[in-house]
Design a protein around this ligand. Sequence first.
Ligand SMILES: [Fe+2]
Ligand SMILES: [Fe+2]
Length: 190
Amino acid sequence: MKLKSLHDLYIHELQDLHSAETQIKTALPKAIRAARSADLKTALKNHLEVTKVHVDRLDEILKRHGAKREDEKCKGMEGLLAECESMLAQEADDVIFDLGIIASCQRVEHYEISGYGTARAYAEKLGEEADTSLLAETLEEESSADDELTSIATMLQSQCDAGTDDDVETEAADRKPARTKTAREKVTAR
Ligand SMILES: [Fe+2]
Ligand SMILES: [Fe+2]
């Protein structure tokens, strides 16, 4: 279908977001079951509930414009969720494993933030006030989910071993090649 106007592009963006959110709704329960820390489990559970509301809001907006859901899958989200899935299959200690889940989930959040930022801007330009406020609410919720993941990650990072203890540093120093003379030293030595 040819996109003839900003309104057509706006609907196309909403349909893409609808597909992205639906895929997230299906994928989140697996990440919730896999998460090891109680804080991360709770944050993801809360975000699943919020995600269901996001799907409903998009349904409401699309209905208002007489547009149907797009059958085509959002491939960007499909790729991000495939990466998340392979992260869940990794073997790792609890803290590192949860940090890996957060890294994947924050990519997802940033993708959504980008999509909703665009959709909200189009809604505003098109004078769609009701849409603008619904999309702004969702955008706000995506940003706070992202912030919450950042604070859990910061807390987890403070618990994990960075793998740079003194022994490792000494070994690294031993492996350093002997310093070669600088050009100035070579000249002075003549
Ligand atoms: Fe969402
Ligand atoms: Fe989200």
